[in-house]
Design a protein around this ligand. Structure first.
Ligand code: S3P
Length: 178
């Protein structure tokens, strides 16, 4: 196991747009660090005993966002470090960014619009069905993702390579200990 600069045993949060690879890279990174991986959307689905799509359809996005913040708050209090992948909208909410900042480091997986659109095609994601809306969200959210501690360009890199680069950047970046 490589030693990550992780003072105080903080969590590592993977943030970024839909299709940026959070759920693929997360488990690999977690394995390399020897810590558990949590996919926030999966945790929500498990607790709610339904899918994210059905939550959006039946209860609406506002309801989903409340659930998302509640779950984020709850996983953030895990006493030992985790790698946590959060949905593409999570880091755009100020309250969520506060939770993330006080409990860990944020890593922005920066994907191009074209790659994100490719990867989200036919996945049934509730916010990826309408191309114009998808593009709008992509542009609007970048200003929030930019607030992440670390930014990694994902284009042309395998999950293995990305997991390595994240660890390298975590070591090389002068991150606050608290
Ligand atoms: C969302 C992204 C999804 C999921 C939900 C809303 C968003 O997660 O949380 O559909 O607002 O971008 P992924 O980023 O894993 O697709």
């Amino acid at each position: 196991m490589m030693q990550v600069k992780n003072p105080g045993g903080k969590h590592i949060y993977l943030v970024g747009f839909m299709g940026s690879g959070k759920s693929t890279i997360g488990p690999r990174l977690a394995e390399e660090l020897g810590v558990p991986f949590i996919d926030l959307d999966e945790a929500i689905e498990k607790e709610q005993e339904t899918t994210i799509s059905d939550i959006f359809r039946d209860r609406g996005e506002t309801y989903f966002r409340k659930l998302e913040t509640r779950h984020l708050n709850s996983v953030s209090t895990e006493p030992s470090p985790r790698v946590i992948a959060v949905g593409g909208g999570a880091f755009t909410v100020a309250e969520n960014r506060r939770i993330i900042r006080r409990s860990g480091y944020s890593v922005w997986l920066d994907v191009s619009l074209a790659d994100a659109a490719d990867r989200c095609r036919s996945t049934g994601r509730p916010l990826a069905g309408d191309r114009r809306r998808f593009e709008e969200l992509f542009r609007d959210r970048r200003k929030h993702y930019e607030k992440a501690d670390i930014r990694i360009h994902v284009a042309g890199r395998s999950p293995e390579e990305l997991a390595r680069r994240i660890q390298q950047k975590l070591r090389d970046t002068n991150l606050p200990a608290t």
